[in-house]
Design a protein around this ligand. Sequence first.
Ligand code: PGA
Length: 255
Amino acid sequence: MRKKIVAANWKMNLNLIEGADLINEIYKGLPELNESNEVVIAPPFLHIPQTVTQLANMEYVFPGAQNCHHEAAGAYTGEVSASMLNNAEVKYVIIGHSERRQYFGEDDAMLAKKTNQVLANNMQVIFCCGEPLEVREQGGQNDYVEAQLKAGLFHLSEAHIKNVVIAYEPIWAIGTGLTASSAQAQTMHQHIRAVVAEQYGAAVAAEITILYGGSCKPGNAAELFSCEDVDGGLIGGAALNADDFLAIVSAMINS
Ligand code: PGA
C-alpha cells in the first residue's frame, strides 16, 4: 500500500527557539501515525540537528531538508551536501521547489544531479513539479509537468524511483491563497501517475506517493486528500502554526 505523507516546508522562517516551540506544540497534539501515514518536517538547515533531536522520540515523524547541493563535496562556499544531510540523520530532501527553480536558477539538469545525490546518500527525494499560471491558462499544464518529471527523474532506475515522492505544486497556488480545486488536483495527480506508469509500469506507479502543495490548509485539506490520487500534502504557510498543521495531519489520517 502506498504511503500518505504530510510534509512541512518551513522555507526561510522561524529562529531556533521558535522552531523548537513549534515542534513541541506539534508533539503535544500529534495523532497516532503509522508506516502508511507519515509526517516530515523540513526546517532551514541551521535547525536540522535540533529538529533531529526533537523528532527522535516521535514515531513516524521524520526530519527533512529543503535543498542540497548537486555535487558531492568541494569548493562551493555556502552550500550543504547530501552526505552532510544524511550524516545529520535527515530522511527526506525537497528537490526542485518552484522557489529554487525561480530565484536560484535551478534547471532540470541540476535537479537531476541533486536527485542523484540524495538517493546516493540513502535519503528520499520529495521532487516538486508544477506549472505557472500562464501555462495553465493555455491548457498546457499536463505537458509542462510531464516534461519536468522526465527531465528530473526518469533517468532513475526502478529501485531508485521507489525512493521518490512527487509533489505537485501549481505555482499559481503557492503562498497565494489560491488552491487548485480537488478536481484540478486529481486530474493532474492521475496524469502524473499515468506518466510514471508509462515509464516504470503500473505496479511502480501505484506505489508512488504524490503530494499536493499550494495553499493547502485545514479548510481544504480533507477535500484534497479525499481524491484517489492525492496522497497527502506539502505544506508551507499552514505548517508554521501547530493547530493548522495538526488539523492537516488529521485530515491525512482520516482520508
Ligand atoms: P504554501 O506553500 O502552502 O504556503 O502555499 C507550499 C509550498 O511552497 O511548498
